[in-house]
Ligand binder design. Structure first.
Ligand SMILES: Cc1ncc(COP(=O)(O)O)c(C=O)c1O
Length: 389
């Protein structure tokens, strides 16, 4: 049996390395026995659940591949949630978790560190239950995301150094008596990983009538790591043979941390692929549950997201391109080995949020990114089945 590089036992680490201290909410600011508080809490939980009840499942799209390969490639289209990204699921889970834990209280703000998508969804849920919302985000976050957060009634607090989002969020929560949601710590545990129509269960349900209902691979990118953790845990829990691949963009430490097992791995420069790639090993990223990681050049992510539009007529964000590049590479390996089966990746959010980035040649030039060779690799692969990169 060949064993892929696995994380080694973790060195003893300081509290700073392990992320924030456990949440301590003052119990004196709200009288928990007050019937008005319990009425507010019940109503808030009902509103969040009612939102889920009104929501239809997201579609599993097919990416066209030559029939003779005997391989089916799908994209789980998470851009069709009411707030336009896979983060709608996470925001719902985090709000239910925070409400049921007594952490989110009437009149007190919810604060979140985010690269944007989670904050858009959380602003929506905060508005739904009537609490203020503040998003702490890197100043490079796309203008369209800040507009959407403000559209849902939230406030944006931009920081120049993306590595400071965690401490600034914690400070704002302490100063305002609010709750720091902390998706990077709580994403993996707030999500129902055994089922409850989570993203993994939904994928398997939707594949039931396909010719290869159990995918050979599911590819999921990582921001908090929560989505890949949920999918991987579900696969192991259900005893499927599916393997999980997490592609990582440039300027992110997840790949190196997964390879070396060093939970203290970090990275200085911010990721250019919004929503994924982090400067530290986030607590919600579970390396031990993942079978494989791939480092994906940013230019390849952009080439793939543009190839997606050519193939299915849909624009998507850069993280979708990172996942698609990786999924196509896995399909190429299957073709080369003569294997049939299915592969699933995610359409994480829509491209109209990034028209001035991944769809702008000026932006590509300003970043020194040349997508031509990667676009050539994809074109050649789709025409011949041969991967040249
Ligand atoms: C656009 C986008 N794609 C993918 C991801 C990755 O999801 P997760 O946080 O579950 O790892 C994120 C997370 O922020 C995102 O915003």
């Amino acid at each position: 049996m060949s064993i892929a590089p696995q994380p080694q036992s973790r060195p003893d680490r300081s509290r700073a390395d392990r992320g924030p201290a456990p949440i301590v909410i003052p119990t004196t600011d709200v009288d928990r026995t007050d019937p008005d508080y319990r009425t507010w809490l019940k109503d808030a939980v009902r509103k969040v659940q009612a939102d889920a009840n009104r929501t239809a499942d997201t579609h599993l799209l097919r990416f066209p591949l030559p029939e003779e390969w005997g391989i089916d490639l799908y994209l789980k289209d998470e851009s069709t949630h009411p707030t336009g990204s896979l983060k709608h699921r996470l925001a719902r889970s985090l709000f239910l978790y925070g409400l049921c834990n007594g952490w989110i209280r009437p009149g007190k703000p919810v604060i979140e560190s985010s690269s944007g998508s989670t904050a858009v969804s959380e602003a929506y849920f905060a508005s739904l239950i009537g609490v203020p919302f503040i998003a702490v985000m890197p100043a490079t976050t796309s203008r369209e995301k800040t507009r959407l957060i403000e559209f849902h009634g939230g406030t944006c607090h931009l920081v120049q150094d993306p590595r400071t989002v965690y401490e600034v969020s914690a400070r704002l929560a302490a100063e305002s008596g609010g709750h720091y949601m902390d998706q990077f710590t709580y994403a993996e545990r707030a999500t129902d990983w055994r089922g409850n129509n989570n993203i993994a269960e939904s994928i398997y349900q939707q594949l039931r009538l396909e010719r290869y209902p159990e995918p050979a691979w599911i590819v999921a990118t990582a921001g908090t790591g929560g989505t890949s953790a949920t999918i991987a845990r579900y696969v192991h829990y259900m005893q499927y043979d599916t393997r999980i691949c997490v592609p990582d963009p440039e300027n992110s430490c997840f790949f190196d941390g997964w390879l070396t097992g060093d939970a203290g791995t970090n990275c200085e420069t911010a990721s250019r692929i919004e929503g994924i790639g982090r400067p530290r090993m986030e607590p919600s990223f579970l390396p031990g549950a993942i079978d494989r990681m791939m480092k994906v050049p940013d230019a390849a992510s952009v080439a793939a997201v543009r190839a997606l539009e050519a193939a299915i007529g849909r624009k998507a964000g850069g993280s979708t391109g990172t996942g698609l590049w990786s999924a196509l590479k896995i399909v190429a390996e299957m073709v080369a080995e003569g294997r049939t089966g299915s592969v699933v990746t995610l359409l994480c959010d829509p491209g109209d949020r990034y028209l001035d980035k991944y769809y702008s040649d000026d932006w590509l030039a300003s970043q020194g990114l040349d997508i031509t060779p990667y676009a050539g690799t994809i074109d050649t692969f789709l025409a011949t089945g041969t991967w040249s990169c």
